[in-house]
Write a protein that binds this ligand. Structure first.
Ligand SMILES: CC(=O)N[C@H]1[C@@H](OP(=O)(O)OP(=O)(O)OC[C@H]2O[C@@H](n3ccc(=O)[nH]c3=O)[C@H](O)[C@@H]2O)O[C@H](CO)[C@@H](O)[C@@H]1O
Ligand SMILES: C=C(OP(=O)(O)O)C(=O)O
Length: 422
């Protein structure tokens, strides 16, 4: 199994890092392609384990994925095996996104329940309730969801009781091919939802309310293939900028959208960093300043994202004084706390609030990544820890960071991929 060996260079990260396309946007647009017969083109696709997994899910259904590493041509002409198996859905929850498009276009499908995830339960009840509100019949048996509809879904109204990115993706896609008009209230407004709406509009969908929590979808009988340039990955950008701050360096993230990471940039400013932004870049300078502790809440967009909670916690572990992070989206997403403490951090946890007392120096140690963003947090902590840090289970990190070691190396960090068989 691959692991990272991280050796401190004693120097802050500095320079430019080019941000890839957003994993969480492209996983939705890949499945949306199945709403039409033909070839949908997706560009700026990140080269990741998750995009490979989604390609495999679509292939099992009968799609072809051509193009290069960063451009997918998703040909849905052969899609006729309307099933997503446990083996794939259990490795990547977003595989569950095939449910909405398949039941909307073909009137039936069978998709494995995703099951638990690395940090605790992540239910899909809202995906199912939303599809039911559109008229789908849902049965859950033997760990699989069977969704059916006699002819096109009738369409209907649904109010998401809490903001859910995934449920909004699934229900919105299904609504585009419904017979009637659907109104989705309290829909998620993450940039990945806007990017999905842009693709759906390019495919002939009729959707009003982009960028708001109230979406009105006038169903159309048929859609045609479309085009999507994948938006930049705001979580990747935020992770590298956390790397800049933890090492008290100066990093410019290019090919990104600074609006999408405004909540993080505001926090960095509050901590005392100097932040500059342009049209498609953001630069953070934490160089040799005394940084201040902060109190942060992870909330739905446009607030500070739960996906950056772990990387920011690593940063705050090195900032003198007492910081707090409360995660209101995933109350139990804290597996990284114990591992950061193994690196000498002083973090205690009460319910969904972590109290972080900054230490002078982190110490290298063997640690284990429990999930994708925990892995990023441990790696950036390792960059500034004394001595070697070994991060195992980096297959989590490979789900969502393209060319990670090379990007870190370009900024002056030293992260080496090794294999415990070698
Ligand atoms: C592939 C992808 O885009 N993943 C992102 C997506 O995950 P995902 O779409 O799974 O997360 P959601 O936005 O759905 O989850 C938000 C909250 O709603 C709850 N919930 C969700 C669905 C449901 O049917 N029932 C329910 O109770 C969840 O447990 C959680 O407490 O948004 C999360 C929150 O920004 C991010 O951390 C993930 O990186
Ligand atoms: C949690 C994440 O992804 P997923 O929802 O696919 O597990 C993430 O991107 O941080």
């Amino acid at each position: 199994m691959d692991y990272f060996s991280i050796s401190p260079t004693g120097k802050p990260l500095s320079g430019e890092v080019e941000i890839s396309g957003a994993k969480n946007a492209v996983l939705a647009t890949m499945t949306a392609a199945m709403l039409a017969d033909g070839v949908t083109t997706l560009t700026n696709v990140p080269y990741l384990r998750d995009t490979k997994t989604m390609s495999n899910v679509l292939r099992i259904i009968g799609c072809r994925i051509d193009g290069g590493a960063h451009e997918f041509k998703v040909d849905t002409h052969g899609a006729n095996h309307l099933e997503a198996p446990y083996e794939l859905v259990s490795t990547m929850r977003a595989s569950f996104y095939v449910l909405g498009p398949l039941v909307a276009r073909f009137g039936r499908c069978r998709v494995s329940l995703p099951g638990g995830c690395a940090w605790g339960p992540r239910p899909v009840d809202l995906h199912l309730k939303g599809l039911e509100a559109l008229g789908a019949k849902i049965e859950v048996t033997h760990g699989y969801v069977e969704a059916t509809s006699d002819g096109p879904l009738p369409g209907g109204n649904f109010r998401f009781p809490i903001s859910s990115v995934g449920a909004t993706v699934n229900v919105l896609m299904a609504a585009t091919l419904a017979k009637g008009t659907s109104v989705l209230e309290n829909a998620a407004i993450e940039p990945e939802i806007d990017s999905l709406i842009d693709l759906l509009l390019s495919m002939g969908a009729k959707i009003e309310g982009k960028g708001t929590r109230s979406l009105v979808v006038h169903g159309v009988p048929e859609m045609h293939p479309g085009f999507s340039e994948t938006i930049p990955d705001r979580i990747e950008a935020g992770s590298f900028l956390c790397g800049a701050v933890i090492s008290r360096g100066k990093v410019k993230a290019t090919h990104c959208n600074p609006e999408h990471i405004k909540a993080l940039l505001d926090i960095f400013e509050e901590m005392g960093c100097i932040v500059h932004t342009g049209n498609d870049w953001a630069e953070v300078d934490a160089g040799s300043r005394d940084l201040k502790p902060v109190h942060v809440e992870a909330v739905p967009y446009p607030g500070f994202p739960t996906d950056l909670q772990a990387p920011l916690m690593a940063v705050l572990a090195t900032v003198p004084g007492e910081s707090k992070i409360r995660d209101t989206v995933y109350l139990d997403r804290f597996k990284h706390v114990a591992e950061l403490n193994r690196l000498g951090a002083n973090i205690s946890l009460e319910a969904n609030t972590a109290t972080i007392k900054g230490v002078e120096k982190l110490q290298g140690a063997p640690v284990m990544a429990s999930d994708l963003r925990a892995a990023a947090a441990l790696v950036i902590a390792g960059l500034v820890a004394d001595g070697e840090t070994r991060v195992s289970r980096i297959y989590h990190l490979d789900r969502g960071y393209e060319d990670f070691e090379a990007k870190i190396a370009k900024l002056g960090g030293c992260v080496t991929r090794l294999n415990d068989q070698t």
